[in-house]
Ligand binder design. Structure first.
Ligand code: ADP
Ligand code: MG
Length: 308
């Protein structure tokens, strides 16, 4: 069974307490009352190499959580719980100093967690609690006619991962993909705007992540190839830079849709964010497609990463 089919089997479990205003499984974070809650789990040799060091590993773990709060339009205060299960293959001497640096960076209060040993492998889990904003940004609100935006150019995470895994010899920091920063400030702003109809963070790859919006909102999403930014990828001489934009995971940029009727007001509001760019539109139908220069549509909904 594939990851997303597995998760679907969990969504139907009986709910004893969730109200209509709350949100359970199926989005970047759950929403209960005024709070947003998200959890991530990363595993050595699957999500990180030990050689990356604790600073990079913890930054990646916590960024992925903070990013899920940002994708829901959430804001501070942030509280966190850390789970660690380790086989002793990495020294814990500087662990709490490094953790402090990352928690300080995102202004998170650590309020709990659990520590155990493991027979083999290092497992790290973080649960974050953040505040719900005036608007709850979900994957399910996109409407035909909306315009699709990306918060910043993407693709470099994949270039750096290929370097770390020695797949390609790109001249890039092999740990750059651990260092992507969650869009805390922008998420907090989008969460105050009623013109934002849906939002997701790019964790598995643009194509696959947009397929969650398509599926939850029951719409077709079209990404216009000529609007995708590739200039930042030019110096790596990639065979197909667009492919990197569509498939690079762990980017933690936000993709979001805006009600076309409020577009000029929206553009004024985001004048402090020069990296935000339009990449496509929403229409009637289903699926996620790349629109080529010659108007050909290519299915990109499966491009990206799926566990299991
Ligand atoms: P993200 O990439 O934003 O972290 P995922 O694709 O991992 O989101 O998860 C999608 C949804 O499925 C989320 O609501 C998440 O909480 C839920 N989910 C994933 N794994 C489990 C699990 N083992 N038990 C319960 N819910 C899960
Ligand atoms: Mg997410």
């Amino acid at each position: 069974m594939k990851e997303f089919d597995f998760i679907k089997t969990l969504t139907n479990l009986k709910k004893f307490h969730l109200s209509d205003n709350d949100l359970g499984i199926g989005d970047d974070a759950a929403s209960i009352g005024n709070w947003l809650i998200a959890k991530d789990l990363i595993v050595s040799d699957v999500h990180f190499k030990r050689t990356a060091g604790w600073r990079n590993i913890l930054f990646k773990l916590i960024t992925s959580n903070v990013s899920d709060i940002a994708a829901m339009g959430g804001k501070h205060p942030f509280y966190g719980l850390l789970g660690i299960s380790t086989d002793g293959s990495m020294s814990l001497n500087d662990f709490s100093n490094v953790l402090k640096e990352v928690l300080d960076f995102y202004q998170i209060d650590l309020i709990g967690g659990d520590t155990t040993s493991s027979q083999s492998g290092i497992f790290l889990s973080f649960t974050i609690i953040g505040k719900r904003n005036s608007s709850l940004l979900t994957r399910s609100g996109a409407k035909p006619g909306d315009l699709l935006f990306l918060s910043r150019p993407v693709g470099l995470s994949k270039v750096s991962l290929e370097r770390e895994l020695n797949i390609k010899n790109h001249l890039i920091d092999p740990h750059l993909h651990y260092k992507q920063v969650a869009e805390v400030k922008l998420g907090g702003l989008l969460g105050t705007l009623s013109c934002v109809t849906s939002c997701i963070d790019i964790s598995d790859g643009l194509g696959r992540d947009l397929s969650h919006i398509s599926e939850s909102s029951n719409v077709k999403i079209v990404v216009d190839e000529k609007l995708l930014h590739v200039k930042h990828l030019e110096k790596y001489n990639l065979d197909n830079p667009i492919d990197y934009v569509l498939t690079s995971g762990e980017e933690y940029a936000l993709a979001f849709t805006i009600d076309r009727n409020h577009i000029s007001k929206f553009e004024n509001t985001i004048s402090d964010y020069p990296n935000i760019h339009k990449i496509g539109y929403v229409s009637d139908g289903y699926g996620v497609f790349l629109e080529k220069e010659n108007s050909e549509l290519i299915d990109i909904s499966k491009l990206g990463f799926e566990h299991l």
